[in-house]
Design a protein. Structure first.
Length: 169
Protein backbone atom coordinates (compact mmCIF):
# COMPACT_ATOMS: atom_id res chain seq x y z
CA UNK A 1 0.00 0.00 0.00
CA UNK A 2 2.25 2.78 -1.30
CA UNK A 3 -0.33 5.46 -0.51
CA UNK A 4 -0.18 4.55 3.17
CA UNK A 5 3.61 4.86 3.20
CA UNK A 6 3.35 8.27 1.50
CA UNK A 7 0.71 9.30 4.05
CA UNK A 8 2.95 8.29 6.97
CA UNK A 9 5.94 10.07 5.42
CA UNK A 10 3.90 13.30 5.32
CA UNK A 11 3.27 13.23 9.08
CA UNK A 12 5.44 14.49 11.91
CA UNK A 13 6.75 11.96 14.43
CA UNK A 14 4.05 12.53 17.09
CA UNK A 15 1.29 12.14 14.46
CA UNK A 16 2.87 8.87 13.29
CA UNK A 17 3.00 7.67 16.90
CA UNK A 18 -0.73 8.38 17.25
CA UNK A 19 -1.56 6.37 14.11
CA UNK A 20 0.64 3.44 15.14
CA UNK A 21 -0.83 3.39 18.64
CA UNK A 22 -4.40 3.26 17.32
CA UNK A 23 -3.40 0.57 14.79
CA UNK A 24 -1.90 -1.57 17.57
CA UNK A 25 -4.75 -1.06 20.05
CA UNK A 26 -7.78 -0.65 17.69
CA UNK A 27 -8.96 2.44 19.60
CA UNK A 28 -7.75 4.99 22.14
CA UNK A 29 -9.13 7.83 24.20
CA UNK A 30 -7.68 11.31 23.83
CA UNK A 31 -6.03 11.21 27.27
CA UNK A 32 -4.43 7.84 26.46
CA UNK A 33 -3.06 9.23 23.19
CA UNK A 34 -1.83 12.40 24.90
CA UNK A 35 0.07 10.36 27.48
CA UNK A 36 1.52 8.14 24.76
CA UNK A 37 3.03 11.08 22.85
CA UNK A 38 3.87 13.11 25.97
CA UNK A 39 1.61 15.93 24.81
CA UNK A 40 1.38 19.08 26.93
CA UNK A 41 -2.44 18.68 27.01
CA UNK A 42 -5.32 16.83 25.37
CA UNK A 43 -6.11 19.75 23.06
CA UNK A 44 -2.62 19.42 21.51
CA UNK A 45 -3.41 15.79 20.62
CA UNK A 46 -6.86 16.68 19.31
CA UNK A 47 -5.30 19.33 17.05
CA UNK A 48 -2.82 16.73 15.74
CA UNK A 49 -5.74 14.47 14.77
CA UNK A 50 -8.07 17.12 13.37
CA UNK A 51 -5.48 19.54 12.00
CA UNK A 52 -2.78 17.22 10.63
CA UNK A 53 -3.57 13.49 10.57
CA UNK A 54 -7.09 13.51 9.12
CA UNK A 55 -6.51 16.32 6.57
CA UNK A 56 -3.35 14.59 5.27
CA UNK A 57 -5.12 11.21 5.11
CA UNK A 58 -8.02 12.86 3.27
CA UNK A 59 -5.65 14.24 0.63
CA UNK A 60 -3.53 11.10 0.19
CA UNK A 61 -5.84 8.22 1.14
CA UNK A 62 -9.16 9.78 0.13
CA UNK A 63 -10.78 9.75 3.58
CA UNK A 64 -10.08 10.42 7.22
CA UNK A 65 -8.09 7.63 8.85
CA UNK A 66 -9.24 8.27 12.44
CA UNK A 67 -12.89 8.52 13.47
CA UNK A 68 -14.33 9.48 16.85
CA UNK A 69 -17.14 7.45 18.39
CA UNK A 70 -18.96 8.41 21.57
CA UNK A 71 -20.00 4.78 21.96
CA UNK A 72 -18.96 1.71 20.00
CA UNK A 73 -19.02 -2.01 20.74
CA UNK A 74 -15.59 -3.64 20.41
CA UNK A 75 -16.28 -7.12 19.06
CA UNK A 76 -12.80 -8.43 19.86
CA UNK A 77 -12.91 -7.29 23.49
CA UNK A 78 -16.63 -7.93 23.87
CA UNK A 79 -17.26 -4.59 25.54
CA UNK A 80 -18.73 -1.18 24.90
CA UNK A 81 -16.06 1.52 24.47
CA UNK A 82 -16.97 5.11 25.24
CA UNK A 83 -15.44 8.31 23.79
CA UNK A 84 -12.64 6.84 21.75
CA UNK A 85 -10.76 7.34 18.47
CA UNK A 86 -10.85 4.37 16.10
CA UNK A 87 -9.12 3.48 12.87
CA UNK A 88 -11.59 4.05 10.03
CA UNK A 89 -13.09 0.62 9.23
CA UNK A 90 -11.97 0.91 5.59
CA UNK A 91 -8.36 1.00 6.79
CA UNK A 92 -8.81 -1.50 9.63
CA UNK A 93 -9.70 -4.22 7.09
CA UNK A 94 -6.43 -3.83 5.21
CA UNK A 95 -3.23 -3.70 7.16
CA UNK A 96 -0.53 -1.88 5.21
CA UNK A 97 2.36 -4.17 4.32
CA UNK A 98 5.07 -1.72 3.32
CA UNK A 99 5.31 0.56 6.35
CA UNK A 100 8.60 0.64 8.27
CA UNK A 101 9.71 3.28 10.76
CA UNK A 102 13.13 3.24 12.47
CA UNK A 103 14.00 5.38 15.49
CA UNK A 104 17.64 5.77 16.57
CA UNK A 105 17.66 6.71 20.23
CA UNK A 106 20.23 6.53 22.98
CA UNK A 107 21.51 2.99 23.36
CA UNK A 108 18.79 1.30 21.31
CA UNK A 109 17.13 1.19 17.89
CA UNK A 110 13.32 1.01 17.73
CA UNK A 111 11.60 -0.46 14.65
CA UNK A 112 7.88 -0.36 13.92
CA UNK A 113 6.55 -2.19 10.88
CA UNK A 114 3.26 -3.55 9.60
CA UNK A 115 3.21 -7.25 8.69
CA UNK A 116 0.60 -9.79 7.68
CA UNK A 117 2.04 -12.87 9.32
CA UNK A 118 1.24 -15.26 12.14
CA UNK A 119 3.27 -14.46 15.25
CA UNK A 120 3.84 -18.17 15.96
CA UNK A 121 5.63 -18.52 12.60
CA UNK A 122 7.70 -15.34 13.01
CA UNK A 123 11.48 -15.53 13.38
CA UNK A 124 13.67 -12.43 13.73
CA UNK A 125 17.38 -12.33 13.00
CA UNK A 126 19.39 -9.22 13.94
CA UNK A 127 22.96 -9.03 12.60
CA UNK A 128 25.31 -6.09 12.20
CA UNK A 129 23.13 -3.26 10.82
CA UNK A 130 20.29 -5.41 9.47
CA UNK A 131 17.16 -7.11 10.76
CA UNK A 132 15.53 -9.92 8.82
CA UNK A 133 11.99 -11.09 9.58
CA UNK A 134 11.03 -14.59 8.49
CA UNK A 135 7.71 -16.37 8.40
CA UNK A 136 7.55 -20.11 7.65
CA UNK A 137 11.28 -19.97 6.79
CA UNK A 138 10.57 -17.37 4.08
CA UNK A 139 12.15 -13.91 4.23
CA UNK A 140 9.29 -11.43 4.63
CA UNK A 141 11.14 -8.22 5.37
CA UNK A 142 14.74 -7.02 5.51
CA UNK A 143 15.45 -3.73 7.26
CA UNK A 144 18.72 -1.81 7.04
CA UNK A 145 19.54 0.08 10.24
CA UNK A 146 21.65 3.19 10.92
CA UNK A 147 23.79 1.35 13.51
CA UNK A 148 24.91 -2.19 14.32
CA UNK A 149 22.57 -3.99 16.72
CA UNK A 150 22.77 -6.96 19.04
CA UNK A 151 20.04 -8.55 21.09
CA UNK A 152 16.33 -7.85 21.03
CA UNK A 153 15.41 -5.93 24.20
CA UNK A 154 11.66 -5.94 23.58
CA UNK A 155 9.29 -7.38 20.97
CA UNK A 156 5.60 -6.63 20.61
CA UNK A 157 3.28 -7.89 17.86
CA UNK A 158 -0.33 -6.80 18.02
CA UNK A 159 -2.96 -6.33 15.29
CA UNK A 160 -0.38 -6.76 12.53
CA UNK A 161 2.06 -4.17 13.92
CA UNK A 162 5.51 -5.38 15.02
CA UNK A 163 7.54 -3.21 17.37
CA UNK A 164 11.14 -4.17 18.12
CA UNK A 165 13.63 -2.51 20.41
CA UNK A 166 17.20 -3.67 19.77
CA UNK A 167 20.36 -2.92 21.74
CA UNK A 168 23.05 -1.03 19.84
CA UNK A 169 26.47 -2.71 19.69
Amino acid sequence: MKKFQRFMNNLDEKSRQIILYVMRNRHAGIRELSEHINAPNDNYTLMKIRGIINPVSGKILGKEILVFNESKFDLLAGEKILFSWWLNEDFAKEKPTSFIDVFDGGDSIRIITALKIDEDDMRILAENNKVAIYSNSELRQKIKLPRNVGSIIRKSYKNGILELVLAKV
